[in-house]
Design a protein around this ligand. Structure first.
Ligand code: PMP
Length: 278
């Protein structure tokens, strides 16, 4: 009778962890809170309680691999299957899966993508568990031996089925601005920070499918896939068909951020513990 199961009535988060350090912890917890607020579910845990739950799950990992923690909060169980609901006790579900290592040398050839019309609803900024359109796109990509489906709404490139999209043109990096049409990806945010720290030009503006196809570089980003170069879309080569120089620079900078997170994580954890509202 769980409404997560019956209706997809819930939100979720995915926390990447490297050697048991949670990367982008505060941003992920904030986005979880935003999602819960958007669908009127009271957060069942304080920040420090969530951190303890995630760390407990990580402690079961004895081989010490990098893990993605999937966390779901559904509205909870009801007595009847009806669309409306009363005040319910949210259900919390957590699981851990190992993250594939993204080794630079293996990514130089890039990945392929397909493009599709974005038919999703107009609240894509909420990380809702109801992912029917997204999984259909992902399946279509898989059946076409592609890494991702890149979506276009009214000619504008929005995002991937489970990633954000970046292009590079004339040494400037472009990505869709935050809006209800995309999920505000945490990796997207980290990539923008990395680029700005390197004094690279970044523009959070919309771009169309022609700009995508004629870009110098295309990347997709997500917490589990990090930053992947896309070098073939709908069987057409992007530029030379290889990962580009800006991807290489941002890849390195992202790896540096992960390592800095590791050495800072004790401090970040203390900071979060002290600011967490209980
Ligand atoms: N857009 C969509 C639709 C996604 O599902 C995801 C991954 N959850 C992203 C973007 C990337 O978000 P993040 O970088 O926070 O993993």
């Amino acid at each position: 009778m769980d409404r997560g199961f019956l209706f997809g009535d819930g939100v979720y988060e995915v926390f990447p962890t490297y050697n048991k350090n949670i990367f982008g912890l505060d941003s992920h917890l904030n986005r979880l809170q935003d999602g819960l607020d958007a669908i009127n579910i009271k957060n069942p845990h304080s920040k420090s309680e969530w951190i303890n739950l995630i760390n407990k799950l990580l402690s079961f990992d004895t081989v010490n691999t990098n893990q993605a923690i999937y966390l779901q909060v559904s509205r909870g169980c009801d007595k009847d299957r009806k669309h409306t609901h009363g005040d319910l006790k949210p259900t919390v579900y957590l699981q851990s899966t190992s993250i594939l290592p993204r080794i630079k040398d293996n990514l130089l050839k890039g990945k392929s993508a397909i493009s599709r019309d974005d038919i999703r609803w107009s609240q894509c900024n909420t990380k809702a568990t109801s992912l029917l359109a997204n999984i259909m796109y992902a399946q279509e990509a898989k059946e076409n031996n592609a890494e991702e489906a890149i979506l276009c709404r009214d000619g504008i490139v929005t995002e991937g089925s489970s990633s954000n999209v970046f292009i590079v043109k004339n040494n400037c990096i472009f990505t869709h601005p935050k809006s209800p049409n995309i999920l505000p990806g945490i990796t997207r945010e980290i990539v923008i920070d990395c680029a700005k720290n390197l004094n690279l030009k970044v523009k959070e503006v919309t771009f169309n499918k022609n700009a995508l196809m004629s870009a110098d570089e295309v990347w997709i980003t997500s917490s589990t896939r990090e930053i992947l170069p896309i070098t073939l879309i709908d069987n057409l080569k992007i530029n030379t068909g290889n990962a580009g120089p800006l991807w290489s620079i941002i890849y390195d900078s992202y790896q540096d951020s992960k390592n800095a997170n590791r050495s800072n994580s004790g401090r970040v954890f203390e900071k979060i513990k002290s600011t967490a509202k209980n």
